[in-house]
Design a protein around this ligand. Structure first.
Ligand code: COA
Length: 166
């Protein structure tokens, strides 16, 4: 498996993987599947510093993606990136998430981020496994932070201060 920057030709697979995450209701408060226009706009916004990465397997299929997005537009937060990671259903729990997030940290350091943050559901056990393994810290849980299919859900904030000395 290789990790590389996302290319325009990956977008159909990237979109499919994101929509799996939305449909599965384990990853995001988004409830409606995204379309081609959305993913092209996402692609344009994830060039350069706010990078988008994909994991490509030996058969040249995209099995997952990860990205850094702005945490907040204020200048004071320009060193903080908010991350997302989505793995294809057939490849979850097989190490792709870990590979993507490790490379994302390298990209983050190369682009003057000192901290990565993320928001996740406390019941997303595979997500918790991944973030704990990579030493993300639990900042806290927002109670009843969103409504998903008519029910309140809690959202956990996590952070990782990057080692900027290396
Ligand atoms: C959550 C997600 C990104 C994790 O990525 P992944 O590729 O499945 O995770 P990995 O295989 O890299 O696992 C990383 C670590 O999690 C832990 N882990 C693995 N399986 C686990 C399980 N069933 N339960 C809990 N922890 C588990 C392990 O410590 C593992 O590391 P190790 O195998 O080296 O010990 C992925 O499953 C996914 O895309 N899920 C749907 C979308 C989603 O939830 N996105 C995140 C939104 S916040």
């Amino acid at each position: 498996m290789i990790i590389r920057k996302v290319e325009m030709t990956d977008l159909i697979e990237v979109l499919e993987i994101y929509n799996q995450g939305i449909v599965d209701r384990v990853a995001t408060l988004e409830t409606r599947k995204k379309d081609q226009d959305y993913i092209h706009s996402w692609f344009n916004n994830h060039q350069g510093r706010y990078v988008g990465l994909v994991a490509e397997n030996e058969e040249k299929s995209i099995v997952g993606w990860a990205a850094i997005s702005p945490y907040n537009q204020r200048d004071a937060y320009k060193g903080v990136g908010e991350i997302s990671v989505y793995i294809h259903r057939d490849y979850r729990g097989k190490g792709a998430g870990q590979k993507l997030l490790k490379q994302l940290e390298i990209e983050a350091l190369n682009h003057d981020f000192y901290k990565l943050v993320l928001f996740t559901f406390p019941f997303n056990l595979l997500g918790q496994g991944l973030y704990n393994k990579l030493q993300y810290r639990q900042v806290g849980v927002f109670k009843n932070q969103g409504v998903l299919d008519g029910k309140f859900v809690d959202v956990m904030a996590m952070e990782k201060i990057l080692d900027t000395t290396c």
